[in-house]
Design a protein around this ligand. Sequence first.
Ligand SMILES: Cc1cc2nc3c(=O)[nH]c(=O)nc-3n(C[C@H](O)[C@H](O)[C@H](O)COP(=O)(O)OP(=O)(O)OC[C@H]3O[C@@H](n4cnc5c(N)ncnc54)[C@H](O)[C@@H]3O)c2cc1C
Length: 319
Amino acid sequence: MSGILVIAEHRSGELRPVSLELIGAAQPLKAVTGGPLAVAIVGSGSANFVKSLAVAGVDEILVVPTPGGEPDPDTMAVAIAMLIESRAPGLVLLPHSVDSFGYAGAVAAAGGFGFATDVFQIRFDEGGCVATRGGYGQKVNIEVDFPGRSVAVLAVRSGAFKAPEGESTPAVTVVQMAAPRARARPIEYIEVAAGDDVDMTTAEFILSIGRGIGEEAKVAQFKDLADAVGATLGCSRPIADSGWLPKSRQVGQSGKTASACKLYVAMGVSGAIQHLAGMKHVSTIVAVNSDSAASIFNVATYGIVGDIFAVAEELRSHF
Ligand SMILES: Cc1cc2nc3c(=O)[nH]c(=O)nc-3n(C[C@H](O)[C@H](O)[C@H](O)COP(=O)(O)OP(=O)(O)OC[C@H]3O[C@@H](n4cnc5c(N)ncnc54)[C@H](O)[C@@H]3O)c2cc1C
């Protein structure tokens, strides 16, 4: 196993946050792979992102300028294949995104590489890289390994890893490529019109409810409390599965990652590992649960052993 190659992503002149998350995913793996961590940025204007990508753990930034605007899937595929050939990484991390759908599978198939999409966990064992992804509608976790493959290409779920802290002074190499004849050309990105729901990944203060609320009729009490304290209402999976709140509000492994959250209040949430996957990194976690042995208290900064309805009422009386 040699180095790691991260493919950064930009759109409409902005570096996509997943780029730094990929570096965060790669950072701890460097010790295992023993090789350098190179980050590639492909496209016109890609040199503009060098400063933002010079974060802790990065050894080299590969700038691949291309003519035109956003790189098309054919150009991305040729650029990545070229970088894999020249840098010979054992592991390639790229975003699991609408952009990579156009090229990631093609790169892996053409090179005969191992490939997995929507990956949210990566580890190494004696057999090599093992990637974890959801399966059967996120009902089970599937571990994928790549026996006999010299390179594993992993499309990584956004929000699954933390961006690294700190800067670095990596070498910067400009790599020229002959752009292929593109079969598709991005014309314009049209953002999905925002509905009346929220983006949990950008919420800084989340109040989440779990099965402890007991019945759907109780959701309103916590919605009112969340509004009063200025929090975004989130939930555990049983609440979303029951249709008591939209799926977009579910925090956890098969839901959203509370990426920007600074204060997370969990009420009536037991702290199953799949829920923790979406929030355990939050710096301040407040847990309210009547069971003093609930796992949520293992990650909580502050814990209240008590009844969520009583605590909710008391809190509400102050706002
Ligand atoms: C592949 C897979 C993916 C999954 N993805 C997710 C995910 O993304 N997000 C997620 O949340 N789960 C996910 N799950 C489900 C997860 O395993 C748990 O089942 C779920 O998180 C439990 O939700 P909960 O904590 O609300 O419910 P419970 O585990 O039932 O906990 C309810 C808690 O409420 C407490 N309580 C009850 N009444 C009160 C009261 N009056 N006052 C105070 N406390 C009270 C109880 O003590 C208990 O701790 C996933 C599972 C699988 C297999």
